[in-house]
Design a protein around this ligand. Sequence first.
Ligand code: SF4
Ligand code: SF4
Length: 222
Amino acid sequence: MIVAKRKKIPEIFDAVKDHKNVLVLGCGTCVTVCLAGGEREVSIISSALRIASRKAGKKIKVNEFIIERQCDNVFIESAAEEIKKNDAVLSLGCGAGVQAIAERYPNTPVYAGLDTSFLGILESRGVWTEKCMQCGTCVLSDFGGICPITRCAKHMLNGPCGGSREDRCEIRADQPCAWQLIYKRLKDIGQLDKISKEYPAKNWSTSINGGSRTIIREDHRI
Ligand code: SF4
Ligand code: SF4
């Protein structure tokens, strides 16, 4: 899922402070699961904005609404009436959600209430970790399901850098060396021969480094 975290209230308030009616719009999917932009956070941020508004001597009316998914026009439509009633939207969706709302409502200012951080998983209660940098050419099948792009600080594809100490990454001592994990995993599943495979230089043009990407499924187009 997409993992995000809430921006600080002063930054959010600064963005919306010149509007009279602000809709705080939550998203019921990834950002709800990572406790950044769901119903509870909409309520907390709205209350904090009302307090900030009063303290600043402003009269901002803060309204609240949640839709199931901000990155999909079908769901955005369900917020149409609420968006029309306000002169700005503070989106608690991920970066895709914010932009989807802005594209759908070109005359309405839309602000980001979250910092979209990464694609990851819930590791343990309250702890999310990044698992995929969306490189566009997935190599997980060759590495026992452990991503050397995301989990190795140097994105090493042909073995470890040699700097790890006691299974820790030399760049991030709080992280295990990805290659220790890859080795163990391949051994455990009887695929250790894959560790000898030589990888050519990665084609990064499929990653975000090549600019915004598009996937077109001709079989689904109308
Ligand atoms: S190889 Fe690329 S697509 Fe696959 S998990 Fe790693 S970053 Fe994501
Ligand atoms: S110590 Fe391991 S995880 Fe860290 S950069 Fe080197 S190979 Fe990658």
